[in-house]
Design a protein. Structure first.
Length: 346
């Protein structure tokens, strides 16, 4: 919705107001909270900057996202004002050119924008980093993620079947937001890994394809767990030069870490093992044939170990971790990280 269209007077009836939002095309198919003016103002106040401040641009349409427009969609998604700094930081990260904001929203690949929140804000706003990490039941996770999709549709006009040309879609396009689990993480948190000062939280945004559950209940060595993960990462259907997100469950990460493996060791091992022979990839049509004998004979998931983001999340029990591949066949989108509520470069 545009700024001029963002305030309407409707009859003082909640159900009629909800129906009005449907009539305007402002929903993702599910009911939304009518964006009543005082709730929007509370969001804007939480941000602190003027309502007209631009957070993100869409290069193809020329449309811009202001603080006010983001606040309207956050209200409709069901957010509380305390969640709003995460949303602002996420769109600031997505606005960077390497993320490819346009391509990752309109492609046939069906990208869903995964948000991974790290640091003290996870507990401050009550995000879920544990049981049922990617599932329903937590207001912060669900509504922060939902705000991303509503904003893409309402502000940037990335509407399914019109600008959004996803072949089959992705359930993460409703909401795809998780928190990093700190208490079971043997390695530096993402907010620390990316160099933010102590006490500063961060959000990482990633244009992801479908979620892949990786199960291993019997393996009791790092190699057993990591070989299982690497096999999932190297399956023919999704192997590419793109980046990856790997989220280990507490049960799996305990097995890996108790043998002294660092996050860097894990990245290196996964990169080395997640590969397929070039000849097979050419036969399948996944890459083009070449006579250049200098080309790698093995095609890896990503171009280097640092293309694999690793974190920890999920419930204490269960040998279930997950792998989320990049949306594009190549390097169409590079994940970005932004501090939350703090201007590090100011």
């Amino acid at each position: 919705m545009s700024e001029a269209q963002s305030i309407h007077e409707v009859q003082d009836d909640l159900l009629e107001a909800m129906d009005f939002c449907y009539e305007q095309g402002w929903t993702d198919g599910l009911p939304v909270v009518p964006p009543e003016e005082s709730r929007v103002e509370a969001m804007v106040t939480m941000e602190g900057r003027p309502a007209e401040t631009v957070l993100a641009h869409h290069p193809a349409t020329g449309l811009e996202l202001t603080v006010h427009a983001a606040a309207v969609n956050a209200v409709m998604a069901g957010c509380l004002p305390d969640y709003f700094p995460v949303i602002v930081a996420a769109f600031e990260a997505m606005d960077r050119e390497p993320f490819n904001f346009h391509g990752s929203t309109v492609s046939t690949g069906g990208s869903a924008h995964l948000l991974i929140v790290s640091g003290p804000i996870v507990d401050e706003i009550g995000m879920n980093a544990g049981v049922n990490l990617f599932g329903p039941g937590n207001r912060a996770n669900a509504t922060i993620g939902r705000t991303i999709r509503l904003t893409l549709m309402n502000v940037f006009k990335i509407v399914p079947g019109i600008a959004d040309k996803s072949t089959q879609g992705n359930p993460g396009k409703y909401s795809f937001c998780i928190a990093e689990r700190a208490d079971k993480n043997p390695w530096p948190l993402l907010c620390e890994e990316f160099g933010y000062p102590e006490g500063v939280s961060s959000v990482t945004v990633f244009a992801g394809a479908g979620f892949c559950n990786v199960e291993n209940h019997g393996g009791n060595t790092p190699e057993a767990i990591l070989d299982t993960m690497a096999d999932a990462m190297a399956n023919y259907g999704c192997i590419s030069a793109g980046q990856s997100v790997v989220i280990f469950s507490p049960e799996h990460v305990e097995i890996i870490a108790r043998s002294g493996w660092s996050k860097g060791d894990v990245r290196k091992y996964l990169f080395e093992q997640a590969k397929q022979p070039r000849t097979v990839m050419e036969r399948l049509g996944k890459i083009q044939r070449t006579n250049d004998k200098q080309d790698r004979q093995d095609i890896h998931r990503g171009l280097e170990p640092d293309d694999i983001l690793i974190t920890v999340g999920g419930g204490d029990a269960g040998g279930h971790s997950c792998f989320i591949p990049s949306w594009s066949r190549g390097r169409g989108s590079i994940m970005q990280t932004q501090s939350i509520g703090v201007c590090i470069d100011c």
